[in-house]
Design a protein around this ligand. Structure first.
Ligand SMILES: NC(=O)c1ccc[n+]([C@@H]2O[C@H](COP(=O)([O-])OP(=O)(O)OC[C@H]3O[C@@H](n4cnc5c(N)ncnc54)[C@H](O)[C@@H]3O)[C@@H](O)[C@H]2O)c1
Length: 420
């Protein structure tokens, strides 16, 4: 089949590549020429393990081609961004523009599959309406969300179960048949709106669970409890799986997807989801207030931020709570320097400096991301660079006793009084 994949980002590029590897003639489309150039030359803009070689292979074989506009095809797959606006409402403008671009070549008998995370009802609403308005009455429409995790995309893309839903049984069957060429997990078929909802529920579950952990992290110190130890023991129970607390929730999925449900039904009805969002969004302030308490004042203090990526060992800083912490510290009069060995300067909204530069003359260090390398920093080495030996680990990645023995004041999120 000839397939057009619209959007060559984290999701679209690997999807296009595995379809090309599995016998299809694929055109990868992106509006940004620099992205297409980068892919042609180096395979992949992200540092996704194995992806660059994989993409270069299918490009060389000719089964994947790249273009800046869609062409006539049998199937169109939309992998476009779906962010939220400043007021937390869904921004579906990329999906609308992507749809508008394929309508120029779409024909009856084609199939359109939406992979972007969207509010329930989008496939049967905006997408179907645009196809209908074009005068087409025989296009199969389906929703097939992506569930992969950056850092393991190629593996999960092919091995995870998928959920998908067509607007008609024929559309569902066609979507299932197409993805069966590379999905080794089970493909669960439902209606499009349920599939859209399932995708949102998966990430909302994680947001609520993290909010629960964060609430416990706020309460535990009041009772003299170390939350990390408490959660670790509670999770030994076979039916308990409490997630880990931290400085907030980042990434462009977990921190955003609940709003797609909240926006649909209203805050009054989605009380639990809204509360979880509030708890998680309040964590950066919690971290800054805790540090302020420790330092007396933040005004004029130099704070070293370790980690601007939203999670461990990846270079994606989108929605990272570290960025909110930096803003809040600045508002309180502190000066910040930030180091992240995974985030490329071109992808960073804050200036990044080397580890040494970041630590030099710092009055305190905050670990905001649990990159493994941060667990290996030598306290004696760091101690020679800083002005004040205070380390606040919001991800419980360092060995507190080792730092304490090196003369540091050690604060762990959710563990009460600092070790001194
Ligand atoms: N990244 C993930 O891990 C992940 C996981 C699950 C779901 N999702 C969802 O998948 C969707 C895509 O996410 P992503 O991370 O791949 O986004 P991305 O920002 O990495 O990529 C989107 C690409 O689309 C391109 N684009 C924008 N408008 C276009 C248009 N009109 N025509 C052609 N190309 C256009 C952009 O230039 C960009 O390269 C989102 O809805 C996201 O929520 C992402």
């Amino acid at each position: 089949m000839k397939i057009c994949v619209i959007g060559m980002g984290y999701i679209g590029l690997p999807t296009a590549a595995v379809l090309a590897k599995n016998g299809h003639e694929v055109l990868g489309v992106d509006v940004k020429p620099e992205i297409l150039e980068f892919i042609k030359e180096k395979g992949a803009p992200s540092e996704e393990p194995g992806l660059a070689e994989f993409v270069l292979g299918v490009l060389a074989s000719g089964s994947l081609k790249l273009a800046s506009a869609p062409e006539i095809a049998d199937v169109f797959i939309l992998c476009l961004p779906t962010p939220i606006n400043a007021d937390k409402t869904p921004d579906l403008s990329y999906v609308e523009k992507g749809m508008a671009s394929i309508l120029t070549v779409l024909q009856n008998g084609n199939m359109v599959i939406l992979e972007s995370t969207v509010p329930p009802g989008t496939t049967g609403g905006i997408v179907a309406d645009m196809v209908k308005a074009k005068g087409l009455d025989n296009v199969d429409l389906a929703f097939a969300p992506e569930r992969v995790i950056p850092g393991n995309i190629l593996n999960e893309l092919q091995n995870l179960d998928r959920v998908m839903g067509g607007l008609t049984p024929r559309a569902s069957a066609r979507a299932k048949e197409l993805y069966s060429c590379f999905v080794k997990g089970q493909i669960h078929i439902t209606d499009a709106t349920t599939a859209e909802f399932v995708k949102l529920v998966e990430n909302s579950y994680r947001d609520v669970n993290i909010a629960f952990a964060n609430e416990l992290a706020r309460l535990a110190p009041e009772m003299g409890i170390n939350i990390w130890e408490a959660i670790d023991i509670a999770n030994r129970h076979p039916r308990v799986n409490i997630h880990t607390p931290g400085p907030g929730v980042g990434g462009h999925c977990i921190a955003i997807d609940p709003y797609f449900i909240i926006d649909k039904v209203g805050v009054e009805k989605a009380r639990f989801l809204s509360l979880a969002r509030d708890v998680n969004s309040s964590m950066p302030q919690e971290v800054v207030s805790r540090l302020e308490k420790e330092l007396g004042t933040l005004a004029g203090k130099n704070i070293a931020i370790l980690g601007t990526a939203y999670k461990a060992n990846v270079g994606d800083p989108r929605e990272s709570p570290a960025l909110d912490i930096i803003e809040l510290l600045k508002e309180a009069g502190a000066k910040t320097l930030a180091h992240d060995p995974f985030v490329k300067p071109a992808n960073s909204s804050v200036q990044l400096t080397s580890l040494d530069e970041t630590l030099k003359n710092a009055d305190a260090i905050i670990i905001t991301t649990n990159h493994s390398v941060f667990g290996e920093i030598e306290p004696n080495y760091a101690g020679q660079l800083v002005t004040g030996k205070l380390i606040f680990d919001t991800k419980n990645i360092i060995k507190p006793q080792v730092w304490k023995d090196a003369g540091w004041r050690v604060l762990i999120l959710g563990s009460g009084k600092p070790l001194v």
